[in-house]
Design a protein around this ligand. Structure first.
Ligand SMILES: [Zn+2]
Ligand SMILES: [Zn+2]
Length: 306
């Protein structure tokens, strides 16, 4: 498809989904739907949200230190995930953790107007726009649904990144890339937007749960030696086949303004994921979106999970 047509399609798709998702989720009040950036709260303690990926695995799984999760979904107009994706994600968290109270808040901020985004830019956007931080017994998670692709995407090798994790409570989902790959939910296609969003979100959240060997110690050895922090059990949500290459090979490593190294333990590849989801529909697997296998579940149970 020509680039112009693709762009037009994306704009139309974005507008359409933007409208439908807004009405679908009307019962969830957005905390900032006006497009005005919410100012970062003054004098908040951010230290608990600036740790390494997997460092809060036990706090996400068990209710020892925190018994509530507040998930801030940051997005640009037209790039909000579907209401069904959010519902699937809440089910996933309730299934594997002891958290019952999972609040979702939406933070719509203006487009950064970038053609692509580096991990450092994503981090800077979070520092400027994030409003949810750990508070009392509430653990805050920030998920940015970006309106621009990863700058690591390689058109020639046709590798596209769907998601990445880079801190204990931070992740990015490349929503514009997902919308380019996945047809809308009402298209009748076997694999739709909600499927790809759900698979991406749950996979990345699995890393925040500490999988595999990323803050949650494996009970039995099932880490894929060719793709660290992923599972070697076929069909598992955390399997290596879901991604392409290692973060080091893909170069998804950045220096922040403070000089600290920021790297993603995961760069989820879009074309590989689409193939897996399509194969699962052809095989008439009951769930299009992969679930965690027994080994990953055992690990979570060993670290305070359900
Ligand atoms: Zn991964
Ligand atoms: Zn697994």
């Amino acid at each position: 498809m020509k680039k112009k047509n693709l762009f037009l399609l994306l704009v139309l798709l974005g507008l359409f989904i933007g409208c439908s998702s807004d009405s679908d989720t009307s019962e969830i009040p957005p905390n900032s739907g006006t497009g005005t950036p919410a100012p970062p709260p003054p004098n908040v303690d951010r230290s608990g949200n600036l740790l390494a990926t997997g460092a809060s695995a036990n706090d996400l799984l068990a209710n020892t230190n925190f018994d509530r999760i507040q998930v801030e979904i940051a997005h640009q107009p037209g790039f909000r995930p579907t209401a069904e994706t959010i519902s699937n994600f809440q089910d996933f968290v309730r299934l594997h953790s002891f958290k019952e109270d999972i609040e979702i808040i939406f933070n719509q901020f203006p487009s950064p107007n970038q053609e692509t985004l580096t991990l450092q830019q994503i981090d800077s956007l979070e520092q400027a726009n994030r409003t949810a931080f750990n508070n009392g017994r509430t653990l805050a998670v920030y998920i940015y649904f970006a309106n621009a692709p990863s700058d690591e995407d390689d058109e020639e090798e046709s590798t596209v990144t769907l998601g990445a994790v880079f801190r204990n409570t931070s992740m990015v989902i490349f929503e514009s890339t997902i919308r380019e790959l996945a047809p809308p939910d009402n298209s009748g296609a076997p694999v739709t937007l909600t499927d790809v969003e759900t698979a991406t979100l749950n996979h990345e959240f699995g890393h925040l749960f500490g999988l595999v060997n990323l803050g949650t110690e494996p009970i039995n050895d099932h880490e894929d030696m060719d793709a660290p922090n992923h599972c070697n059990v076929p069909g598992c949500l955390m399997q290596a086949r879901l991604e392409f290459g290692s973060p080091a090979a893909r170069g998804l490593v950045a220096l922040t303004e403070k000089g600290e190294t920021l790297s993603s333990a995961c760069t989820l590849d879009g074309n590989a994921l689409m193939k897996i989801l399509q194969d699962r529909t052809l095989a008439r697997t009951s769930d299009v979106v992969p679930l965690l296998d027994d080994e990953c579940i055992l690990d979570l149970q060993g670290n305070g999970g359900r």
